[in-house]
Design a protein around this ligand. Structure first.
Ligand code: UD1
Ligand code: PEP
Length: 411
């Protein structure tokens, strides 16, 4: 089975495309709902886009300022990248407050702090954020983020990449997706240094022009999800198109449990698991164990010989999967919802049931547990899963799972 392009890169690259003065092309684009919703948002600005195979072509050369469709904006978190991208393009932006999955509070104060430092005025009325600049537009600035935020780091890059002067982002997030966005922009003529470290320096440039197709990095969260699935129920599965360096913390934990993994240059083989040990996982910003993988790893912990503990320091309220997994026979509880402590006890007798996805990664954990369980599991609100797992039915079928999608709804 092969991993697709990273959702969290793609959903930033598409808004970033409107900064270009030429058409832009991406390949290795995952066929996920978030991409289709972003294409609707582009259309509302007269930006044409075409998605064929795994190539997405975007032509922003006739872009106009227009109200953005609020249903599409609310369907995904990453619509906040239009704040930074529109600011970079037009020196102003009006975007409704982004949606995204319910995984606890998700403030955007650090994004706003950065826009203000770059010279913008920001106001928020009835869920719509209006960002304006004076006659001189944006300018470079020194910004130190109070919390390590992927979204605020990328949004600051988008807003400042064409702003005259030097911008320095301190305490920047180091996720691989940030490097991917910087690579795309630098290949168009941007001057961004330090992406992937916690200090990023940007010299503003007047124009960005695409000269080649940008290949999106593989999705490390999709990869981690299928690694967990393969370790939990597989009889030997090879997962290809992986950058193992992006999954070191995750792979280390699976090895600590006793999973049988062989890591190659760009693929990982997962052998059948026997005698798994419990683990303690503390979620951290990259290169730590990703919060987006705490739910997908949980069903695997059911197979361990003792109690495992997960502490989600990033989203302590990311617990929508718990009651649903328990309906399948899981034995999980959230002990301290302020600290994000989740306790997972051995749960060897899973039984199919009707459960609700609730959000993307909770949904992914239910798919894994459903495949581990005896009998049939029916997952409602599967559209959350389709937000981020391209061709999931085909991929699961290719490794022998019996899965079907009954109704394909948009979020
Ligand atoms: C589209 C996308 O890339 N989504 C990912 C991104 O979300 P997102 O970019 O929204 O997450 P952040 O990295 O910004 O959030 C990290 C932490 O900082 C806090 N925070 C963030 C911004 C802010 O202005 N103020 C603030 O307090 C958040 O509440 C959270 O506790 O990174 C998360 C953390 O790896 C992942 O779970 C999401 O899958
Ligand atoms: C929470 C996630 O996505 P988003 O930030 O797009 O809601 C995720 O991918 O796990």
């Amino acid at each position: 089975m092969s991993i697709g392009g990273a959702k969290n890169s793609t959903v930033a690259l598409i808004p970033a495309a409107i900064l270009a003065d030429t058409p832009v092309k991406f390949d290795s684009v995952p066929d996920i709902l978030d991409v289709h919703n972003l294409m609707l948002i582009l259309k509302s600005m007269n930006v044409s886009s075409e998605f064929k195979g795994d190539v997405l072509s975007i032509d922003p050369t006739n872009i106009v300022e227009a109200p953005l469709p609020s249903k599409a904006i609310k369907s995904l978190r990453a619509s906040y990248y239009f704040m930074g991208a529109l600011l970079g393009r037009f020196q102003r932006a009006t975007v409704s407050f982004p949606g995204g999955d319910n995984i606890g509070p998700r403030p955007i104060d650090q994004h706003i702090k950065a826009f203000k430092a770059l010279g913008a005025e920001v106001s928020d009325h009835d869920g719509t954020v209006t960002i304006q600049t004076g006659p001189n537009g944006l300018h470079g600035a020194q910004i130190f983020l109070d919390v390590v935020s992927v979204g605020a780091t990328i949004n600051t890059i988008l807003a400042s990449v064409k702003a005259p002067g030097t911008t320095v982002i301190g305490n920047a997030a180091k996720e691989p997706e940030i490097i991917d966005i910087a690579t795309f922009l630098n290949n168009m003529g941007a001057n961004i240094r330090g992406a992937g470290t916690d200090v990023i320096r940007i010299e503003g440039v007047p124009t960005l022009q695409a000269r080649n197709t940008h290949t999106i990095i593989p999705d490390r969260i999709e990869a981690g999800t299928y690694l967990s699935l393969a370790a939990a129920v597989g009889d030997g599965v090879l997962i290809t198109n992986i950058i193992p360096e992006h999954l070191e913390a995750f792979v280390a934990k699976l090895e600590e449990m006793g999973c049988d993994l062989t890591v190659y240059e760009d693929s990982i083989y997962v052998g059948p698991s026997h005698d798994l040990k419990p683990i303690q996982v503390k979620v951290m910003p990259f290169p730590g164990f990703a919060t987006d993988l705490q739910q997908p790893v949980t069903p695997l912990l059911f197979k361990a010989s003792g109690r495992s503990i997960i502490i989600d320091t990033i989203y302590p309220k990311r617990i929508k999967h718990i009651p649903e997994l328990n309906k399948l026979g899981g034995r999980i509880k959230s002990e301290d919802t302020d600290e994000g402590v989740i306790v997972v006890d051995p749960s060897p007798h899973l039984k199919g049931a009707h459960v609700d996805a609730g959000e993307i990664r909770a949904g992914a954990s239910l798919v894994i547990a459903g495949l581990m369980a005896n009998g049939t599991t029916e997952i409602s609100h599967a559209e959350y899963i389709l937000r981020g797992y391209g061709s999931i039915v085909d991929k699961l079928t290719s490794i022998g799972a019996d899965v079907k999608l009954e109704v394909e709804e948009k979020v």
